[in-house]
Structure formats: structure tokens, C-alpha cells
Design a protein around this ligand. Structure first.
Ligand code: UN1
Length: 512
């Protein structure tokens, strides 16, 4: 099925060996922890092994990142930007290979694997521009002859903990911003996807080494309970950016807060689309199928809930079921495939358990939902489940292609109440051709999510906007807009250019 892909040659081009040290301080690669087998979800084949970071390795990585920070923070931001630009150019050169490795290691289809690398390239471009725009305000002082302003300074070593589903893009959202902001970083990738992290770190470090800035982008592959916990506890890391589950994120944030660190949390989503009577149902169908079945339902922005008006519910459901019946499921590198495997067998079990729970709670599986053991142990059919109400299972995020369809009656406010009635708040959308409904959904009493769209789906956000969400999604924002501010420390400066010393708020304090 994948004869057109010479995997050993691909790995060689990306400098992935049979056994790879999983830690780097930017100068050398090392690893003295347990050996990790990296299997492709596509067919269970062993791609390569990684020698993970042990405790001493972690210290060495941190030392490299910290030493680099002392030099990097005083390098002019536009120069840092030029170095990030070179990283973006290297990524452009390696886009096809890296995209294929993302597919092989994570299981997403090739066009999405390449899309993920494109997302890194876009963030690099964005960060280059940003490197000349790290603006602070000037304020009018209430005192005569005083000037007030704020400066943004580099923060320190940033911890970046990423999930398997976007094994490289989410790193780049943090890494390229952090880099132009003058920070260095230690990256802990998911143990499901360490090879893409190693390949990307090699590319980044080749560029950094050309400029004598080894240590800006360091890496420590290892389990959460060793590397992840260390990052959470490490007072040398003022900011930890975490993408993953709500439960781990909550624990990590508490640990980071205990030492007065900052955390950017990008946790679970339970993203809904409201479909109103005036919606273009063909367009809605296409957006829903991509959002719910694309990436095999493994994006944090995946569409998991449909809240459709009763007048158009039957018609929309018929269209969705028809589209699901034709979804090609198969090897992620096969060009015809639209739905690849789930990341591991546990994810398959969790999907089946969620479907059982949904049935017990009154759900009716309209299409799909079966394991596809004929294709491999991690393949499933995306499922559509009609639910009589928003029951407990619908309120949970199951990281698999299950789409719950619910109906609403009456005005849009009823749909919004159902929509907002879940603990998560990442992404959302409405399909309508009614301007009033569109604006209501985007307004203060509308969607409570960090992302709210009109006439497009919940997933596949561009990098230029701030990415993240509310409630149990964790409140963090990454990537575009002014997310960069979190990677810097703000210094408020007041300068007195007189020979008097007036106090603010009119306070008098004169010593005779
Ligand atoms: C994620 O699933 O963690 O909006 C990130 C999207 C992608 C990023 C998803 N740009 O779907």
C-alpha cells in the first residue's frame, strides 16, 4: 500500500537512525533513560527507537537552554527573527519529508501531515514580522517632567509540552514566538511522536549552530512522570505551555502555580456546530464531515457536537450519513484515504466504550462506529450518533471520530444554551445565512468559546489568530494576535527628567 514511500530513505534524509538519543542541549545529542519503541499507527511497524532523557540528561538540557538564554536575550530581536526565518526556509525545504514522517508517526493523512508543516512555516513567517513589532505603550505621566513607558523583555527558558495529535505545529506556535521574544526553550514531545520532534530539533539546531546559538531549541524526550513533572516543578522555567488532557493540564498548572510560574493551557475541546433553518446544508455537511471525521477526530478542534434546528435536522442528518458512507478509511499515506488510524489501541477501546455509553444514554448510532480490524488494529469507522439530549457522555471529550447530533427547537438562544452547556470551551461554529443569528452567536451572549466561526467549521484555524479557549480548555492563547506577550516580561519604566521630585497621587512627604 505504501510502496511509493521508501521509509528507511525518508528516515535517513531526516537524520533519524535506528536508535536515536532523545535529548539535546543544542550542542550534542544524548540519552541514558529507557529505550522507547516508536511504532507507526498505520501498520504497527517499528519506525525507530529513542533512548529517552534520564535525570542527568534533563539537567544537561536545562543547563544548555539557560546558558543560551543569557546570550540570546541580549541579541536584537530583529536578528533573532532572521534566524527564525532561516528555520522557516529549512522547513520549506523539508516539507514533504517532514509531512510524511508526521503521517507515519501520528497517523494523519499525508495532506494533513504536510499541512501541519505548512502551519510551522506560517508561524515562522509570522514570528519574523513580529520580531520588529514587539511594541510597548507609552503613557502620559501625571507628574510634570516625567515619562512613562513599558518595555517587553525576554522571560527565560520556556517549557513546551506537546501532544501527539499536532506533533510539530504546536511546538512551532510556541517555539518561534518564544525565540523572537528572546527566550530559549526545552521541548517535551508526546512519547507517541518523538521522531518528528527529533527531526525538527535537528533542523532548528543546524540553523542555530550556524549562528553560534546552540541551546535556543533544546529537547528532552521522556515520560510525563519524569520529564514532564520536572518541567512543571522547575523554578528555572518561568513559563510552561502545555497541550493535552484537562486532567493532566490541571495537575501541571497547580504545580507550576505553586512556584509562581505561568502556564499556557490548551486542553480539551468539545466543539459544537449550530445549524439553523437558513443554513446552506451542503456547505454545512462538508464542513462537519471534515471537522468530525478529518484527522480521525483527533484534533482538539474536532467537531464533536451538532445542534441542529428541528426543521432541517432530518435533511442534514441524511446528508451527513450519506457522506460518512463514502469516507475512504485506510493507510494515511494512501492518496485516496481521508480517515487514517487512531493513535493507539487504547484510543480504539475508548471510542468503543464511549459508543456503548452513548447507547445506554439513549443514543442511536446512525452510521459507522465499528472497528476495522481488517485494516489494522487501530482503524475505526467514524460514527454519527443521534442523541435525545446532551447527556454525560456528550459532555466528555472522546478523542475519536464520534459526532453527536442533537436537535433544538425555537429560537437560537435555545441552541446556544445547549452549545455552551459543556465544561469545555475551545472552538465553535454556526451555519446560518441570517445576519442576526450570526451576530448573536458571536456576541456577548453567544458562543462561550475562544474560537467562534460563521459558515466554516470548528477545526483548521489559521495561525494569525490567538488559539485557545475558555473553561476547562484552560484559558491559554497561543500562536497569533498578541499571544507573544506571554513569552515576555513587561517592565514599566518611569523617568524623571527634572530636578524636582513630585510624588504621584499628590502625596506630600517633605523632610525639613
Ligand atoms: C490541536 O488539535 O491541538 O485549528 C491544534 C486546528 C489546527 C490546530 C489544532 N490549526 O485544527
Amino acid at each position: 500500500m505504501q510502496s511509493h514511500h521508501d521509509v528507511p530513505a525518508l528516515l535517513r534524509r531526516l537524520e533519524i537512525a535506528d536508535v536515536n538519543p532523545g535529548a539535546t542541549d543544542g550542542k550534542a545529542w544524548f540519552g541514558s533513560g529507557d529505550l522507547l519503541d516508536v511504532l507507526s499507527p498505520a501498520d504497527g511497524r517499528l519506525l525507530a527507537k529513542v533512548q529517552q532523557a534520564g535525570e542527568a540528561d534533563y539537567e544537561r538540557v536545562m543547563k544548555g537552554a539557560h546558558e543560551a538564554f543569557l546570550r540570546w536575550r541580549v541579541t536584537p530581536a530583529p536578528l533573532r527573527g532572521l534566524i527564525v526565518r532561516e528555520m522557516g526556509e529549512e522547513l520549506r525545504r523539508h516539507k514533504d519529508d517532514l509531512g510524511a514522517l508526521v503521517s507515519l508517526e501520528m497517523g494523519k493523512i499525508l495532506t494533513e501531515g504536510k499541512g501541519e508543516v505548512q502551519e510551522m512555516i506560517d508561524v515562522a513567517d509570522f514570528a519574523v514580522g513580529l520580531s520588529r513589532q514587539l511594541y510597548g505603550n507609552t503613557m502620559q505621566s501625571e507628574r510634570p517632567g516625567h515619562r512613562m513607558m513599558e518595555q517587553w523583555h525576554p522571560l527565560g527558558v520556556v517549557g513546551i509540552v506537546t501532544a501527539f495529535n499536532f506533533p510539530v505545529a504546536v511546538w512551532s506556535w510556541n517555539a518561534f514566538l518564544a525565540a523572537v521574544c528572546g527566550d530559549t526553550m526545552v521541548w517535551k514531545p508526546s512519547s507517541e511522536t518523538p521522531l518528528t520532534a527529533i527531526a525538527v530539533s535537528k533542523i532548528a539546531n543546524r540553523v542555530l549552530a550556524r549562528h553560534g546559538f546552540e541551546g535556543v531549541c533544546t529537547l528532552a524526550v521522556g515520560p510525563g512522570r519524569t520529564v514532564g513533572d520536572r518541567i512543571a516543578k522547575d523554578a528555572r522555567i518561568p513559563l510552561v505551555s502545555f497541550t493535552g488532557s484537562c486532567s493532566i493540564g490541571q495537575r501541571l498548572a497547580q504545580t507550576v502555580a505553586q512556584r509562581y510560574g505561568r502556564a499556557i493551557l490548551e486542553l480539551g475541546g468539545n466543539n459544537g456546530i449550530v445549524v439553523t433553518p437558513s443554513a446552506d446544508l451542503d456547505m454545512a455537511t462538508r464542513a462537519i464531515v471534515f471537522g468530525a471525521a478529518g484527522t480521525a477526530g483527533q484534533r482538539c478542534t474536532s467537531t464533536r457536537r451538532i445542534i441542529v434546528h428541528e426543521d432541517v435536522a432530518d435533511k442534514l442528518t441524511r446528508k451527513l450519513v450519506a457522506a460518512y458512507k463514502t469516507l475512504p478509511i485506510g493507510h494515511p499515506l494512501d492518496e485516496k484515504t481521508l480517515v487514517g488510524p487512531l493513535v493507539n489501541e487504547r484510543a480504539v477501546t475508548e471510542m468503543m466504550e464511549a459508543l456503548e455509553a452513548a447507547k445506554k444514554q439513549g443514543g442511536q448510532v446512525l452510521v459507522g462506529g465499528r472497528r476495522r480490524d481488517d485494516l489494522g488494529s487501530r482503524y475505526v469507522e467514524p460514527a454519527i450518533v443521534a442523541m435525545p439530549a446532551q447527556t454525560d457522555i456528550v459532555k466528555q471529550e472522546t478523542f475519536a471520530p464520534i459526532l453527536y447530533v442533537m436537535r433544538y427547537h425555537g429560537p437560537l438562544a435555545n441552541a446556544i444554551a445547549i452549545h455552551n452547556g459543556v465544561p469545555q470551551g475551545l472552538s465553535s461554529a454556526i451555519f446560518t445565512t441570517n445576519l442576526l443569528e450570526a451576530e448573536e452567536f458571536l456576541g456577548p451572549a453567544g458562543s462561550d468559546c475562544g474560537i467562534a466561526n460563521v459558515n466554516l467549521g470548528t477545526s483548521g484555524a489559521e495561525i494569525g489568530g490567538a488559539f485557545g479557549g475558555e473553561k476547562e480548555t484552560g484559558g491559554g492563547r497561543e500562536s497569533g494576535s498578541d499571544s507573544w506577550k506571554q513569552y515576555m516580561r513587561r517592565s514599566t519604566n518611569t523617568v524623571n527628567y527634572t530636578t524636582k521630585l513630585p510624588l504621584a497621587q499628590g502625596v506630600k512627604f517633605e523632610v525639613e
